[in-house]
Design a protein around this ligand. Structure first.
Ligand code: ATP
Length: 416
């Protein structure tokens, strides 16, 4: 099968031109070059994917360097792995690697790599659907499908390439679930049997907590992560993420609600974090801290997790007809991720949260410390109390300009 027309019709023109240009360089230097993996998989199912992974039967880094020069890009190399990223002036990235084999010394070890042919390189990959390549040199566009990836894509199977696959790299179990749910495929029967054996042999115990966290985050970045999380639980993988996580009705409703609310949510928000808060909803503060240390979460995630536990009480009690200043003070230190999580969790605060975001979040105080100084009020800790009170009065519509604000200060703080 030749994919030239598919690439032409299903990817932006500049991507097609880039691939042509990479192919031409390969021909000039006698280095066979291929585009591989997810880009091909998604090309064949008609899903947009602009992650370009190039593999060459030759020296990957040198090849990337030539391309960077040709297209005026910057290059970042990872000499240890024989890989490089070329970054175009507009920020678009292309990954380059040398075709290689991987040998795993023990289950879950990082592999020892050796240069190899494209076929060997495709054989080291996780699933048949990810093991296809397209030629950029020679017969441009020709599909290289040595392991029936196209067939499995057609019939909807996630299938490993050899029986030791989960033993070599147990993180593939999470990847299998992620693709199964993303494409609505099924993990093929023999693959599932091997997966279950790998679970019962505890191969995931050999994997670093950071690598497990990365897999969790990849699952949480899916458009709808809930089915994959439920499948992770069903297959007995959830305990390897952390033994204290459980999936039950409330968590399921939370995920659903976040999905629903996020459709009309226009704030810049890291949805992975929102789903993480939902997944860890049932944990008390001490367990949440323990989990965040165990999974080596970045401080952004740990801080939000702790804040979600500390602020939950205050937020859940916001009820009734509230003054603007109460709403403002309740939400002012809360990130958009936490607001979305709390909105999903507590129906009674949704209106106030949206009102905060749309109407009052960006209001600036009429009065500043400089105004107080100018009028001659003695500087001191009382300034912040004054400014808070004035701002609350402003939010609640009691004062609306500088003159009124200064009168308010005089009356409430500096009466003779
Ligand atoms: P996604 O859409 O999830 O990003 P992708 O296929 O682009 O899918 P990457 O994680 O970017 O996924 O990996 C690129 C390719 O590298 C995959 O298509 C697969 O061929 C190979 N690969 C990635 N991770 C593994 C792994 N753990 N074991 C074997 N092959 C892998």
């Amino acid at each position: 099968m030749n994919c030239r027309n598919l690439i032409l019709s299903n990817t932006p023109e500049f991507v097609y031109n880039l691939l042509i240009s990479i192919g031409k360089s390969g021909e000039k230097t006698g280095v066979p070059a291929y585009v591989v993996g997810g880009f091909i998989r998604d090309l064949l199912v008609g899903r947009r994917n602009l992650d370009i992974d190039i593999v060459v039967e030759g020296e990957g880094i040198n090849f990337a360097r030539q391309i960077a020069e040709k297209i005026n890009g910057k290059i970042k190399t990872h000499d240890q792995f024989g890989t490089a990223v070329v970054i175009l002036p507009d920020g678009f990235k292309i990954d380059f690697a040398t075709a290689r084999t991987e040998v795993y010394e023990y289950p879950g070890a990082l592999p020892t790599v050796n240069p190899a042919s494209i076929k060997d390189d495709l054989y080291r990959r996780d699933f048949t659907i990810n093991s296809m390549a397209v030629k950029l040199t020679g017969d441009f566009g020709e599909l290289v499908d040595c392991f029936n990836g196209q067939r499995d894509l057609k019939y909807g199977y996630i299938r490993i390439l050899h029986d030791l696959s989960f033993q070599d790299d147990p993180t593939r179990m999470f990847r299998a679930v992620r693709y199964e749910k993303r494409y609505d495929f099924s993990i093929e029967k023999h693959t599932q049997e091997l997966l279950q054996q790998a679970v019962s042999k505890g191969y995931l115990e050999n994997i670093s907590r950071q690598r497990i966290r990365n897999e969790l985050f990849l699952i949480l970045s899916e458009d709808n992560p809930l089915p994959a999380i439920q499948r992770v639980e069903e297959l007995g993988l959830l305990k390897y993420i952390h033994p204290c996580i459980e999936i039950y009705g409330d968590i399921i409703s939370l995920f659903d609600k976040i999905g629903e609310l996020s459709k009309s949510w226009d704030q810049e928000t890291d949805l992975v974090l929102v789903y993480l808060l939902a997944l860890l909803d049932q944990l008390h503060l001490d367990k949440a801290i323990e989990l965040s240390e165990d999974l080596v979460l970045q401080s952004k995630y740990t801080d939000a997790l702790i804040a979600s536990k500390i602020k939950i009480h205050n937020i859940s009690e916001l009820n009734g007809n509230l003054r603007n200043s109460i709403i403002y003070n309740a939400f002012k230190d809360i990130s958009s991720e936490l607001v979305l999580y709390f909105m999903a969790k507590f129906e009674n605060i949704r209106e106030a949260a949206l009102y905060y975001i749309n109407e009052i979040k960006d209001i600036k105080p009429i009065l500043t410390g400089r105004d107080l100084l100018e009028v001659g009020y003695p500087k001191g800790p009382i300034y912040s109390e004054i400014l808070d009170r004035v701002f609350s009065a402003q939010l609640d519509g009691i004062i609306s300009d500088r003159k009124q604000a200064l009168e308010y200060v005089k009356k409430n703080f500096f009466k003779e």
